[in-house]
Design a protein around this ligand. Structure first.
Ligand code: DX5
Ligand code: ZN
Length: 224
C-alpha cells in the first residue's frame, strides 16, 4: 500500500476546451487519469495520443492513462514513451498475451496496468498479473463518466488486496467509476490504493477540497 491513498481525478469530466487549466485545477492530486476511448472497445470516443502529449506537457501531476481501446499492444507503448506514469490496457481487449504488453510498457518507462470490466473474473488473469504494476478494477461499465458505483465488484478488490498482502502479487489496486464521498470508503475498506474520480472532483465547486476530502475519507477507511 502507498503511504496515503492516491487520488486520480479523471479528465473525462473536465471541460475539453480548457484542458491545460483543468489539469492545473487538480495539482493536489496524485495522478491525472486520462481516459482514451476508441468508439470500438467502448461506445464512446474521447482523445488519443496527440492530446495526451499536449496534456502531459502542462500537467503538474503524472498521467495515468486508461486505454479503453482495441489492439492495445499496438497503441499502448506510445503513451509510455510520451511520459505517462502508468498505462493501463483492458484484459478483454488483449488478443495476445497481456504479459507482452506489460513488458513493452515497462521497457518504454511506465508502470504497466491491467484493467478488468465488472464482469471479468480476476482468477483468469492470476498468471499474468505478476508482470503488472497496477490492477484497475472497473466499478462501472467502461465508457462514460457519472455512472453509479457497482458494489458487486468489491469482492474482486478484496481478493486482489489479499493476494498483494500475502505476497503473491506486487501491485497497486485501483478502482474507477462512481467513486465519490458516498462510495470511496467501501472501496478503501475493500483494499484499493488508487481512486479515480471524475464527476466527484470536476463536478465540485472546489476540486482541491474534493481531492483532500476523498483522500481523508479513504485514509480513515484504511484504518478501519
Ligand atoms: C469510465 C472511465 C472513468 C470515468 C469515471 O469509463 O474509465 O475513468 O471518468 O468517472 P466518474 O468518476 O464520474 O464515474
Ligand atoms: Zn478510467
Amino acid at each position: 500500500m502507498p503511504r496515503s491513498p492516491l487520488i486520480a481525478p479523471s479528465l473525462l469530466s473536465a471541460d475539453f476546451a480548457r484542458l491545460a487549466e483543468e489539469a492545473q485545477r487538480v495539482a493536489d492530486a496524485d495522478w491525472l487519469h486520462f481516459d482514451v476511448m476508441d468508439a470500438h472497445f467502448v461506445p464512446n470516443l474521447t482523445f488519443g495520443l496527440p492530446v495526451m502529449q499536449a496534456v502531459q506537457a502542462v500537467s503538474p501531476v503524472p498521467l495515468d492513462c486508461h486505454l479503453m481501446i482495441e489492439d492495445p499492444a499496438r497503441w499502448a507503448p506510445g503513451y509510455a514513451e510520451a511520459g505517462a506514469r502508468n498505462v493501463t490496457v483492458h484484459a478483454e481487449a488483449c488478443t495476445g498475451d497481456p504479459r507482452a504488453v506489460a513488458r513493452d510498457l515497462r521497457a518504454a518507462g511506465s508502470l504497466a496496468g491491467l484493467a478488468l470490466k465488472p464482469g471479468t473474473p480476476l482468477e483468469e488473469y492470476l498468471d499474468v498479473l505478476p508482470e503488472f504494476d497496477t490492477l484497475l478494477v472497473m466499478t462501472v461499465e467502461p465508457g462514460f463518466g457519472g455512472q453509479r458505483f457497482i458494489a458487486e465488484t468489491l469482492p474482486k478488490v478484496r481478493r486482489a488486496r489479499e493476494l498483494v498482502d500475502t505476497g503473491h502479487l506486487t501491485l497497486l489496486v485501483e478502482v474507477d467509476g462512481g467513486i465519490n464521498a458516498d462510495t470511496i470508503e467501501q472501496a478503501a475498506a475493500a483494499g484499493a490504493d488508487v481512486f479515480v474520480a471524475g464527476s466527484a472532483v470536476y463536478g465540485a465547486d472546489d476540486p482541491a477540497r474534493a481531492i483532500a476530502g476523498l483522500r481523508a475519507q479513504a485514509a480513515a477507511a484504511w484504518q478501519g
